[in-house]
Write a protein that binds this ligand. Structure first.
Ligand SMILES: Nc1ncnc2c1ncn2[C@@H]1O[C@H](COP(=O)(O)OP(=O)(O)O)[C@@H](O)[C@H]1O
Ligand SMILES: [Mg+2]
Length: 259
């Protein structure tokens, strides 16, 4: 049953408290955080609540330059990750490189907000592609304007940590799997992540999950091979600390080889 949702005073106060806690925790000033929750974002969150997609936002997991991620709770008490793109602070220079040249998106004649909505759509569609080809990543759930809902990776107690923050018991296994993900993305999903690094891999139950797909581009993008090279380079560099040596040029050739 869906009812009209108007963010009432109690709800806004609670959200306000969460945002204040977050700003203390991450050392961001309140003004910056406020910009995420413009009125229309609040209304969209309200719609997700009245449509019973989520019941409430539990706590903020992370606040980055471009997005804030919350853990949300569904009416049947399951967790979801709620990624909210900032509508005012996203740097245009940074994003235009990844969105122009991707024929899935049209950014001409779009306002700044419109471009950010396209960006969120891009992340959602990329997550769908990963799911289709079996690359481990949060399953996409819903996208509404600048909000992307996806599967939450982690426990009741805490979200899964980043690859860069965990000690690996079997680095070779993880390394090989990540290279196979890059390859699967390229060959089967026809996608390049374009920001593949230990900062964008979650480790859960000793398995890696790829996140942060907003900048991912399809192969038609004129810079896709350049981004692919960088993704491979970053991965090889990271794992070299475990004494694992691979030739990044060989890996690149192997991945792009037609067969
Ligand atoms: N699906 C998810 N489940 C659990 N935690 C997540 C999920 N998605 C993102 N996070 C957390 O939020 C942080 C930021 O997410 P990310 O998508 O990398 O955005 P950005 O780097 O642009 O801020 C991640 O480093 C991770 O800690
Ligand atoms: Mg990230």
């Amino acid at each position: 049953m869906s009812s009209e949702f108007f963010p009432d005073e109690k709800w806004i106060k609670k959200l306000d408290r969460q945002i204040r806690d977050l700003s203390d925790r991450v050392g961001l000033d309140r003004k910056t955080l406020d910009k995420v929750f413009d009125e229309s974002t609040l209304l969209d969150l309200g719609k997700l609540i009245s449509d019973r997609v989520i019941e409430y936002l539990d706590f903020p997991i992370s606040a980055g330059k471009e997005a804030i991620i919350f853990r949300g709770v569904t009416p049947d008490k399951k967790f979801v990750a709620v990624k909210i793109y900032r509508t005012s602070t996203l740097t245009f220079k940074h994003i235009s490189k990844y969105i122009e040249g991707d024929p899935r998106f049209n950014c001409t004649n779009k306002t700044r907000r419109g471009i950010i909505f396209e960006w969120a759509k891009k992340e959602f569609k990329n997550l769908e592609r990963l799911k289709k080809v079996g690359v481990r990543a949060p399953g996409p759930i819903k996208k509404i304007n600048n909000i992307v809902l996806m599967e939450y990776i982690g426990d009741e107690g805490r979200p899964a940590p980043l690859l860069k923050d965990v000690e690996l018991k079997a680095p070779k296994i993880i390394f090989d799997e990540l290279l196979s993900f890059i390859s699967l993305m390229y060959k089967k999903a026809e996608l390049v992540h374009a920001d593949f690094s230990a900062y964008n891999i979650l480790m859960y139950k000793e398995k890696p999950y790829v996140i942060d797909l907003g900048q991912g581009v399809i192969l038609e993008h004129p810079l896709s091979l350049e981004f692919l090279k960088r993704d491979i380079y970053n991965t090889v560099q990271y794992f070299s600390r475990f004494g694992l040596k691979e030739d990044e040029n060989e890996i690149f050739k192997r991945i792009v080889k037609k067969n």
